[in-house]
Design a protein around this ligand. Sequence first.
Ligand SMILES: [Zn+2]
Length: 354
Amino acid sequence: MRTCPRCGVPRILISEHRWLPNGTITLARDETHRMVLIDNDALNYTMDSIGERLGVPLEAIIQEAKRKSGKHFMDAVLSGAKGVVARNLISTRVYDQLGKQVSMLGLGSAEVSSYKRHCYLDGVITDAYSGPAITGDICGAFESVEGRAASASFVLADDGTVRCRIEADGGPRPESDDRSSYASPPMVGGRNIYELCPVCKAPVAVGRQYDFDDDRGIIVDTKTGHRVVLISVMTLTNLFGELTSELGGEVPRMMADTEKARVRDLIASKGKGLDTSEAGYLRYMKTLELKGMGNGSSVSVADGTVRARVDNPYYEPLIAGFLAGFYEATSGKEAAVEWTEGTAGYSEVTIQVA
Ligand SMILES: [Zn+2]
């Protein structure tokens, strides 16, 4: 059986990931490789908003950032003797395996329609989470498997189907092309305890909060009705870093503002009486840990100023926007938000009336 009959979570997802007590999700075989369950609608919306505000289409930057991380990921998977066999004898099977990964992570359903070793690969992806992102993912994997640089393009049909073509350029890609600036910050510990499914050992909350359609490659957050994807933190950080270096230092602030407005409207539309005491903020921050976004460890509320500490934040500006949106929705006032870099393993977010 592919999904757990008790909680409905795909077994492969649980065997390949760990929910740790410090508010992070990691790969089971590599605890340094961190993952996060992020709202895909929100992510695409944020990318579109930034592109619009700056008047630049971001597709090429997204595709290139994903190519790099896709290659990095596949290089790690195919390291050692196993990789030699995979690259030389069974490359088509590697792509089949990749297709399973794609649907497990909620990125869509991908199939190879045409392939010639060391030359090209045509792929068809239904329910793709993003055209440029999935094309970059596949291009990076192709470069890793075939051992040469490639170019990629895609067409997005009206029904949302992405058709991509990956073509080898010739020799290997210069090392400098793939240099990543990402250095994982130190982590601090935590004490989350998850109730586990007695059958598959997934946190019970995962099965409650998410619906998995393994055939289509779609994960839906049942609380918001939005689609989510399981994506590596390194990939996100590199993508956001790339956007910042290409478009300017105001990008993190723009992302925080976009997230703030989105969260504010989402909370306001539900219109429930929300608890804005310290306990209320702590409960609100509790929603971060299941997604692997970090641990809200402390908060103080005094004279209209909220100071919150989030341990192991997946990306500080989006954490700041998440908190400031709650502040705006509950106070009805515009918030000014500041945050510190999580270089010591945590970020401190300060919010007050603008
Ligand atoms: Zn289960």
